[in-house]
Unconditional design. Sequence first.
Length: 357
Amino acid sequence: MVHRIAVIAGDGIGTEVMPEGIRALEAAAKRFNIDLALTTFEFGSCDYYLEHGKMLPDDWFDQLKSFDALFYGAVGWPDKVPDHISLWGSLLQFRRQFDQYINLRPCKLMPGIKSPLAGREPGDIDFYVVRENTEGEYSSVGGKMFEGTEREVVLQETVMSRIGVDRVLKYAFNLAQTRPRKKLTSATKSNGISITMPYWDERVAEMAKQYPDIAVDKFHIDILTANFVLHPDWFDVVVGSNLFGDILSDLGPACTGTIGIAPSANINPEGKFPSLFEPVHGSAPDIAGKGIANPIGQIWSGAMMLEHLGYQEAADTMVKAIEDVLSEGNNQVLTRDIGGQGNTLSLGQAIAERIGS
Ligand code: NAI
Ligand code: MG
């Protein structure tokens, strides 16, 4: 069975780490006999915008909808195109139109990477943040009244639907079931936000009944952020609404060191539309063009993509290869952000070689 992958490198270091992501994917595909057909698209980048006056062609939905997955680099070049245009015109369209209602980020402290949290070792931090990606606090319901006067009023509503809440919870519980610790933590704030958050808690309690083997706890978002820093070892799968998940999904990977290695997935679990896999980092204009960006975020995103396509062993092999190369700690291979003197190519090649052997 052929898996059709749409490749969109985007801007800046996106174009530099993407070839290494592909190199690693191809090594895994070869070793595990996976039939991948990659198609590269130029749209979804600021250069495309400068040429065409839009980030995507009008028929992007039809062009992309039958792919099995999207492999994205990074988008954004604020000197050329304002960020709200480049991001809203590309990535956020994919997330919404393809109903990628799960945003998934592993937070795993890797060997050889120094956590900003004192005394933490690999094994101490190994959890997932599951963020609701389509509704909640990020709604377009609201408005402005009496603009520019003393009576100026602004209002923006949180929208939680039973379907929207239940489907993200179900995904998170299912994920917890695949993990040895079988633990789920819910982010709430039902003491302050007195309608939607108690509702969220209610739905968690209801869903928990279907998963008697999962240990469930919940924290208010304020103390939860503190506990990410103080006790990252407490967590296994953490689920949150759009806003809380957004905050936690930056804080979690930050606790595991460099932004250059963190991967993410935007998933439509039913497979009605393609899911999208991308590193957490952006286009890094400050280092773009130098060939020194860390390719691990892109490669690890590729591993998440293979896992999503059903190739668990291939995905595990890719992550293990990343771990092995990091723990060897060869300075000539590792990039500068993790203390080496190597570059994007040397690190990408070392990981691809390890995947293949
Ligand atoms: P950024 O993630 O691009 O860079 C932040 C800092 O981390 C920079 O100092 C950069 O050099 C460093 N860094 C990032 N990735 C790295 C890597 N792979 N290896 C080594 N160092 C790395 O975030 P920033 O600067 O806020 O945004 C730059 C552009 O990227 C903006 O246009 C922004 O909108 C866009 N962006 C796009 C994202 C996406 O495509 N999903 C996510 C975040 C930002
Ligand atoms: Mg964010």
